[in-house]
Design a protein around this ligand. Structure first.
Ligand code: KG4
Ligand code: ZN
Length: 355
C-alpha cells in the first residue's frame, strides 16, 4: 500500500472492486456480488415461509440464515463467474435488525473474510435502503429525499451526499409495513399482508370508510399509524361475522387510501422543505402500486426525479448492502474489527452522522 494520494485512491477503489454483500437482518437471507459499487454480477435472496406462525420467529430466522448462507454464497459466486479468491471485500449488515439474525451474518462474514484475507465492512441496513434505488437509477441529483417504508421502519431523510444525511421524520409507533400487516390480519389475509392488501384494494371502494390521516394536522414530518390500525379494528369489531367479501375489499381500499394519503402528504411537505431534486424510495412498502402512482404524480408536478427500485431491491436485499459497503471503502472507511451488532436505529449510530 502506498501513501501517495493517487495510490491511496487506487487502493480504496481496488478494495471496492468486487464486493460480496450479505444481508441477514430479519427473515430474508440475501447475498450479492457487486462490481465497483455499481454493476450487479449476481444476487440470490431466500425468503422464509411464515405460513405456520403468521410472522417472523427470531430463533427460526437465525437458524435458517445459518443453514442457507453457505449454499447461497457458493451459488451467487458461481452465477457471477467469480472465484472466492477474486473477492476484494465483504459488506455485511450490522444494524438495525433482529440481534440473533445479525450475529449469524456478521460471524459468517468475519470468518469468510478472515479465511480469504479481505476486509469485512459493517453496513447500516437503513442507510442501505436510502441508497437502494441507485443500483438501477445511478447517483441522484442532490439534494435528494429518501422515503424508506418497510415492516420495521418509516423514515423521511434528506440526503446531501453519501454519508451526509439529515433525519426529518420517523414513525412514533407502528411502521407503515407493520400497519399493512396488522390490518391484513384483521381482514383475514396472510403474512406479509402488504401485497395482499395492495391486491384486494383494487376491488374495494377507498371512500367506503373515513379512516384518519394521522398527524397531518401537526407540523413536521413524523408519522403515527397505530390510531389508523385501531380505527380499522373498531370497524371490523362492529362488522358482520364472518366478514363479507365486499367489506374486506372496502376495508383494504379505505385503509390503503388513508395510509397513502398520509405518506404522500408528508413526503410533499419534505420535498418542499428540502427543495430536493430527487426522491428515492426504499423498503417493501415502496412496492405498493397506489403509493408509486401517487408519488409519480407528485414528482411530475414538482419536477422532481422519482427513483423507485424494482421490487427485489425494495425488499431486503444484499445488493444494497454491497453498494453502501463499496461506497464506504471508496471513501476510505476502515473496517471495524469489532463489528458490534445493534438492534435499533437509535443504537446503530446512523442518526448521529449528520452533515
Ligand atoms: O423491506 P421489507 O422487505 O422488510 C423489512 O421490513 O425490512 O418490507 C416488508 C414489508 C412488509 O410489512 C410487507 O407487508 C410490506 O413491506 N409490503 C407491502 C407491499 N409489498 C411488501 N406493503 C404494501 N404494499 C405492497 N405491495
Ligand atoms: Zn429492510
Amino acid at each position: 500500500m502506498t501513501s501517495s494520494p493517487a495510490g491511496l485512491t487506487e487502493c480504496r477503489s481496488e478494495r471496492a472492486r468486487l464486493v460480496l454483500g450479505i444481508e441477514t437482518s430479519c427473515d430474508d437471507t440475501s447475498v450479492a456480488v457487486l462490481e465497483r459499487g455499481r454493476s450487479l454480477r449476481s444476487m440470490l435472496t431466500s425468503t422464509q415461509d411464515h405460513a405456520l406462525y403468521g410472522g417472523v420467529v427470531p430463533e427460526l430466522a437465525s437458524r435458517a440464515h445459518l443453514e442457507r448462507l453457505p449454499g447461497l454464497i457458493e451459488q451467487a459466486l458461481a452465477d457471477a463467474g467469480v472465484a472466492p479468491r477474486h473477492l476484494t471485500a465483504i459488506a455485511v449488515t450490522r444494524a438495525p435488525g433482529l440481534v440473533g439474525s445479525l450475529v449469524v451474518g456478521v460471524a459468517f462474514a468475519r470468518a469468510y473474510g478472515f479465511g480469504l484475507g479481505i476486509p469485512v465492512i459493517g453496513v447500516n441496513h437503513i442507510e442501505a435502503h436510502l441508497h437502494s434505488a441507485e443500483l438501477e437509477h445511478g447517483d441522484p441529483k442532490l439534494p435528494a429525499l429518501a422515503l424508506v417504508v418497510s415492516g420495521g421502519h418509516t423514515e423521511l431523510v434528506s440526503i446531501e451526499g453519501f454519508g451526509r444525511q439529515r433525519w426529518l421524520g420517523t414513525t412514533l409507533d407502528d411502521a407503515a409495513g407493520e400497519a399493512f400487516d396488522k390490518v391484513a390480519k384483521l381482514v383475514g389475509l396472510g403474512f406479509p399482508g402488504g401485497p395482499a392488501i395492495d391486491r384486494l384494494a383494487t376491488a374495494g371502494d377507498p371512500a367506503a370508510f373515513a379512516f384518519p390521516r394521522p398527524m397531518l394536522d401537526r407540523p413536521g414530518f413524523d408519522f403515527s399509524f397505530s390510531g389508523l390500525k385501531t380505527a380499522v379494528a373498531q370497524v371490523v369489531a362492529a362488522a358482520p361475522s364472518p366478514l363479507p367479501d365486499d367489506w374486506r375489499a372496502n376495508l383494504a381500499a379505505s385503509f390503503q387510501r388513508a395510509m397513502v394519503d398520509t405518506l404522500v402528504a408528508k413526503t410533499e411537505r419534505a420535498l418542499a422543505h428540502t427543495r430536493a431534486r430527487t426522491l428515492q424510495l426504499g423498503g417493501g412498502v415502496a412496492c405498493n402500486r397506489e403509493l408509486r402512482e401517487r408519488l409519480a404524480a407528485t414528482c411530475l408536478a414538482a419536477s422532481v426525479a422519482l427513483h423507485i427500485p424494482s421490487p427485489r431491491f425494495c425488499a431486503d436485499n444484499a445488493a444494497m448492502i454491497a453498494r453502501v459497503g463499496a461506497l464506504g471503502l471508496e471513501r476510505g472507511d476502515v473496517p471495524d474489527p469489532e463489528l458490534d451488532v445493534a438492534a435499533s436505529l437509535e443504537e446503530s449510530g446512523l442518526l448521529d452522522e449528520n452533515p
